[in-house]
Design a protein around this ligand. Structure first.
Ligand code: JHZ
Ligand code: ZN
Length: 420
């Protein structure tokens, strides 16, 4: 039996004790634990959700770890739910194969390969592909795309097994997955084991600086154990024989850092420049997060007030998207079905289920034509551009999207997420 939750008392990068608790969102249900109608009256699990800062190395992390068996074995988020994100990952794969895989072919391994969206985009090239993802239900979707997938957690032991059976990898890709893994050193050792001598790791993580700048507290949930700045990343990679060769920034998911690492030590001069900037902005300072906590509290009050006013004016409102981040906003702001009666989401597996904690029914976006809400709270705000395009009919009849931001504001075109 695996324990359900445990407390982390030392930093997962440098091992220092005395982590400083910097921002608490109270007790929160796991963000993707959507509830079947028949379960709604059962007691609901909630776990503490708070950020802890390691002042020794600058790593920001959750103070509590919820068992990965509970969070990831059956998973509802599918990468292909966003056309723009699918294009983003296809472009990443194409560029990374061009740069790192020899013309004679090679092995590409993706950690956290989800439904195989990324790997399937390079299948026609002269490469062998292999996905690793613990979500057994989603491995079935990857199989339908003919992407071979090991339905397990990536570990050093699994990496050794892959090398034994399939050879070393020219390219390892890991997008939005490093933050989900408690034992980062084991994963990095595994990547080093797996990479061919001239191979490269290309990874993406939500960038901590963007999270702070946008006060995007809805990226904080139990799946996200780590919130990466570049400084602790360099330390983590270096200690495991990997050199951070390049960092790039993209506006997707509210601000994403893409890193490229190879065998070696240290980091490239361009990466040093980012380290200096992080020092300047005080990204590893307690005061940075204390200020963010104040903004988050303003946000909570502002959004509640905005929704209460809309209700008083009898303006019909619903939520758009049932992303993990939506669960955080709805629960933290205490937005129950009295203020937000239902949400819509395009993911078939989410439809008919309810948001954890606040219990909105998740319905298909097609119901908007009949329900005719006046305002949609854009919980999936990171997909604003794509959603505005898809919901042109709602906009054409005067509907408006409200952003759950600090302070709550209208989402007017051009709808772009933050960019560095
Ligand atoms: P979205 C995900 O978080 C998952 P989430 C994960 N935890 C992670 O690390 C981060 O990304 C980075 C729906 N939708 O992408 C589909 C529409 O209904 O913001 C999704 O349910 N219509 C691994 O869960 C949700 O919105 C649309 O047109 O916060 C978006 O979820 C589009 C584009 C999406 O991820
Ligand atoms: Zn540390």
């Amino acid at each position: 039996m695996h324990p359900t939750t445990w407390e982390r008392t030392v930093c997962r990068v440098c091992g220092a004790g005395g982590l400083a608790r910097v921002l608490s969102l109270g007790e929160m249900p796991p963000a993707n634990a959507l509830r079947a109608p028949a379960e709604l009256t059962n007691p609901e699990v909630r776990f503490p959700l708070a950020l802890a800062l390691c002042e020794a190395c600058g790593m920001v992390q959750l103070g509590h770890v919820v068992s990965p068996e509970l969070l990831f074995r059956s998973y509802l988020f599918v990468t292909s739910s966003s056309q723009r994100m699918s294009e983003h990952f296809s472009a990443l794969m194409a560029a990374a194969v061009d740069e790192h895989v020899p013309a004679s072919g090679g092995l590409v391994v993706e950690i956290g390969s989800n439904d195989g969206t990324g790997l399937s985009s390079i299948k026609r090239r002269d490469v062998r592909v292999l996905g690793v993802d613990p979500a057994r239900n989603i491995a079935v979707l990857a199989a339908a795309r003919e992407v071979p997938t090991i339905p397990e957690f990536f570990t050093e032991a699994l990496a050794a097994e892959i090398v034994r059976t399939a050879g070393a990898a020219s390219l390892v890709v890991a997008c939005n997955v490093l933050g989900h893994i408690d034992d980062l050193h084991d994963v990095c050792r595994g990547i080093r084991t797996l990479l061919a001598p001239r191979g490269a790791l290309v990874f993406e993580v939500p960038y901590l600086q963007d999270l702070v700048d946008l006060s995007a507290y809805d990226a904080i949930y139990h799946e996200h154990l780590s919130y990466f700045a570049v400084r602790p990343l360099v330390k983590l990679l270096n200690e495991n024989g990997l050199r951070l060769e390049r960092v790039e920034f993209f506006p997707v998911h509210g601000g994403t850092l893409r890193g490229t690492a190879v065998h070696g030590r240290g980091c490239a001069p361009a990466v040093e420049a980012v380290l200096s900037k992080e020092l300047e902005t005080g990204l590893a300072r307690r005061a940075t997060f204390d200020a963010m906590a104040t903004r988050v509290e303003d946000h909570r009050r502002g959004l509640r007030t905005a929704l209460t006013e809309l209700r008083e004016r009898r303006i019909k409102i619903a939520g758009y998207g049932a992303p993990a981040k939506g669960t955080v906003v709805l629960n933290h702001c205490g937005l129950g079905v009295d203020l937000l009666p239902f949400v819509v989401d395009s993911t078939p597996a989410k439809q008919g289920l309810h948001v954890p904690g606040t219990h909105q029914l998740i319905r298909p976006p097609s119901v908007l034509a009949d329900e005719k809400p006046d305002v949609l709270l854009l919980l999936a705000w990171n997909h604003a551009g794509e959603i505005r395009e898809r919901e042109a009919a709602f906009l054409a009849r005067g509907g408006r999207f409200l952003l759950p931001h600090s302070p709550a504001s209208w989402c007017e075109p051009p709808a772009q997420s933050a960019s560095r």
